[in-house]
Structure formats: C-alpha cells, structure tokens
Design a binder for this molecule. Structure first.
Ligand code: NDP
Length: 452
C-alpha cells in the first residue's frame, strides 16, 4: 500500500506526532494508522491537501465533552460513571455517530470510533459528519429501572450539546431500542421539543423501518457486491459470524435470505457452532434470547444440542465467508491464519475495527477479499440518515423504500472503494479505496470552508 520511501517516512513522522499528542490511546493510533497508510501516499500526490494540513486537522476532534453521570441503583446505593461525546468533524454535516455503553469504554475507544465514523459517514454520500459517545456504564445485569435512571442522568448533561442540526447520536454496543427510548424521552422532556435528535428510535415515535436491520442487511449487500466481482454469490456458502447482538442478528437473517448458511454466533463468554446452520426458527429463538430474555449464547447450544466453546472465538471453524460482528480487535493474526488455512475466501467487517493490523496484513497477503468496517458496516448510519430525512419531512417510508435506498447506498460505497482501490492487476484494495474515498469528500469540504 505504501507507494514510496518518501511516504513511508511521512507516515512514520505523522504517527510519532499522533502518539506524542495523544498519550496512551492505542485504539485511536490503530484507527489513525490504517487511514495514514492509505491516505498519506495519496496526499503526497495532492499538494492542496498537504498545504492545508488536512489530515493533521482531521485527527483533532472539534470538541470533546467528558462528564460525570451519577445514578442510584435499585438497592439505593449512589453510583457514578463517566460520560463522553466526541464531536470529531462536521465539515459535511452535523456530527453523527452512536453511543456505546460498555465497561471497556475509554476516551481512546471513543476517539477511534469517532474518527472511523467521519470516513464512514462520508462514504454513505449523505450529509452527515462524524462523532461518537458513550459511557463505561455496563447495562448487563442491570434492571430496566436502573438503565432508565442511568440514561436519564446521562441525558441531563448531553442534551445541551446535541440537536437535530448539531449532533444526532444513535445506538451502538449496549445501546439498543430500550436505551434509545429512555434517552429520547428525557431529551424531549428537558427541551420541550419533539424532533429527530436521536436515531434508532422506535417506529411509534419517529423511528425508521429497517433501521434495526440496517447494519446487518447492509453488510450482506456489500458482501454480495464483493462476491459479484468474482462472478459468485453467497448461496450455499458457509458463513462464520461473531456476536449475537444487533449487527450479528440481522447479518444472520440476510445471510439466510441470500441462501447462505450461518453456522456460528457468539457473545463475550464464548461461541456456538451449529453445523446444520442457524435457520429461521433458531434465529427467532436467538432474537428472543438476546433481546427479550437477555440470556447467554450458551443457552442456544443447550436448546439445540450443538457444541459451545467457552472463552473461545469462532475463527477456527472452517468457512467460506467470515463476518466479525462483535467488537474491536476480536480477529488477530493467528485467527486470520486459521481462516486462510481453512479456505475462507472473504472477510467483511460488521463491527468497527474488529481485525488487528497484523490480521489485515495476513488476509491481504493471501488475497482474500477483505472489507473494512467503515465501508461494509456503513448501512446502519446510512439508515439513520434516512431516519433523519423522514423526521425532517414528517413522513414514514415503507420497508421496501428504505431497504431499496439502503441497497443503493451500499452499492455506491462499493463503487467508491473500487474507484480508489483498484490495483493494476484488477484486484481491489478495499482498505485503500474506502479510506481515500472517505477522505476526499471531507477534505474538499474542509478546503472550501477555510481555516476553521
Ligand atoms: P450489541 O450490543 O447489540 O452486540 C454486541 C455483541 O458483541 C454482543 O454479542 C456482545 O456479547 C459481543 N461482545 C461485546 N464485548 C465483547 C468482547 N469483549 N468479546 C467478544 N464479544 C463481545 O452491539 P451491536 O451489534 O450494535 O454492535 C456490534 C459491533 O458493530 C460494534 O463494533 C459496533 O460498533 C458495530 N456497529 C454497530 C452498528 C449498529 O447499527 N448497531 C453500526 C455500525 C457498526 P455480550 O452480550 O456478552 O456483551
């Protein structure tokens, strides 16, 4: 990917600067490094971006908010967590990106997510900038009332900094329809305004059809485009999927709809391997288990008599296609080698940055089709953009209308990856393509808007 010695040294210098100015933020460096590898050689050939220091400006968040979130548990104990919102870049539209509630949330994690979001949102072709937020609060094991009290307290601070034309949060890990409902209810109460300030809302109060499905569906639309470049489809292919949350659930559903065979699902405790395939009946069980009963994936193995691997990841299971849909850095170099050895042909990311840099190297060196999350999981934010449009015109579109638009957006993202990522031998470097295409749109807007 590195074009010249000159750009290699420019990348080194750039990364030294990033580390010096952002001490102890490993996830953020990782996200910036992936972009730098693709974009710095491109900038070397485009002096207008270099002169305006565009990349140096892009890695600096426009604003970071950090705040205390006090709340009371059911036993009457005083509890406290830390809340964040990183408003990364609004060159092409208001900040937009999810909220994550997970014990591992740190400023580094949210800066990586916000930075990725800028590129991803740009790729959707919609007018949305990038941001991300959340808290180290863990909703797991908390009662509905505890989650509600936490969400209300979180919003008491956040509401001053967001707005339908300023910053529009959505869900992410640990923030699903229940949390979005509580957050929206509190925003509305504090502002005395009913507007589309959050996306991922329930259909009854302004949500969009297909938004819950969009990241998983979008991932499969993208995979379909990738396979088309080889004259193939997913029909009959065995698909290994990690996670069992929002993204994984609908990735499984669309895999089935396209005739593929989903064979694994996981959570933070382990994974199940269903050799027969997860069919629609078993998927309905999984959705109820995870969304209503909030149970563990091991219960699936008990219910359907298939193997459960405690504390392990699913990448050792032979497959044609692998879709990491859980969390960052869940697929490392060793995992990538196992996938290659077992004949896997395609890896597309449903999660954000699930593959480590070394894993990506292995996948690319072995010429697998590999798509980074900022391209292949952009369907979620794209449908959020469509939810914003519907809120603005105060109308609801049909399922077919939203899914049709989502499909077109995923096709356009794929086209952009090809435009900037096609190699001389005809293969496609999706990492290069996605990063350069995402960069160009934001960079051009920043150039036009002046020194802001
Ligand atoms: P959910 O909270 O619905 O699901 C997360 C899944 O990941 C759960 O199965 C969870 O298991 C698992 N998980 C969490 N932590 C770990 C861990 N340390 N090791 C292994 N598994 C873990 O989140 P989403 O499905 O919404 O998000 C999944 C990924 O997709 C994230 O990277 C997110 O940023 C990304 N994404 C989400 C979008 C969306 O629209 N929701 C859009 C684009 C990207 P457990 O229940 O045990 O915690």
């Amino acid at each position: 990917m590195i074009a010249t010695k000159q750009s290699a040294s420019a990348i080194d210098k750039f990364m030294q600067m990033v580390e010096k100015h952002n001490p102890a933020q490993p996830e953020f460096y990782q996200a910036v490094y992936e972009v730098a590898l693709a974009v710095i050689p491109f900038i070397e050939e485009h002096p207008e971006y270099k002169k305006a220091n565009i990349l140096e400006r892009m890695i600096e968040p426009e604003r970071i908010l950090i705040f205390r979130v006090p709340w009371m548990d059911d036993a009457g104990n005083f509890r406290v967590n830390r809340g964040y919102r990183v408003q990364m870049n609004n060159a092409i539209g208001p900040y937009k990106g999810g909220l994550r509630f997970h014990p591992d949330v740190t400023l580094s994690v949210l800066k990586f997510l916000a930075f990725e979001q800028v590129f991803k949102n740009s790729l959707t072709t919609l007018p949305i900038g990038g941001g991300k937020g959340g808290s180290d609060f863990d909703p797991k094991g908390k009662s509905d009332n505890e989650v509600m009290r936490f969400c209300q307290s979180f919003m008491i601070e956040l509401f001053r900094h967001i707005g339908k034309d300023t910053d529009i949060p959505a869900g992410d890990i640990g923030v699903g329809s229940r949390e979005i409902g509580y957050l929206f209810g509190q925003f509305k109460r504090l502002k005395n305004e009913f507007n589309g300030v959050l996306t991922g809302k329930g259909y009854a109060y302004g949500g969009s059809l297909i938004r819950p499905e969009a990241t998983g569906y979008g991932l499969l639309f993208f995979v379909d485009e990738m396979l088309k470049t080889k004259g193939e489809t997913i029909k009959g292919k065995r698909v290994v999927i990690s996670g069992s949350g929002n993204v994984a659930q609908y990735a499984i559903e669309k895999t089935l709809a396209f005739g593929g065979i989903p064979i694994t699902a996981s959570d933070s405790n382990g994974f199940i391997y269903d050799h027969q395939g997860i069919d629609t009946h078993k998927l309905a069980y999984l959705l109820d288990l995870k969304n209503n009963r909030r149970g563990r994936i091991s219960e699936y193995a008990e219910a359907f008599g298939c193997p459960y691997f405690e504390g392990q990841k699913p990448w050792k299971i032979p497959c044609d296609v692998a879709l990491p849909c859980a969390i960052q850095n869940e697929l490392d170099e060793e995992d990538a080698k196992k996938l290659v050895a077992n004949g896997c042909k395609l890896v597309a990311e449903g999660a954000n940055m699930p593959s480590t840099p070394k894993a990506i190297e292995v996948l690319q060196k072995n010429r697998l089709l590999y798509a980074p999350g900022k391209a292949s999981n952009a369907g979620g934010v794209a449908a959020s953009g469509l939810e914003m449009s519907q809120n603005s015109i105060r109308m609801y579109w049909t399922r077919e209308e939203v899914e049709g638009r989502l499909r077109v957006i995923m096709e356009m993202i794929h086209e952009q990856c090809i435009r900037y990522g096609k190699n001389a031998d005809g293969s496609v470097d999706y990492v290069k393509g996605a990063n350069i295409a995402g960069f160009v749109r934001v960079a051009d807007a920043m150039l036009a808007e002046g020194h802001v």
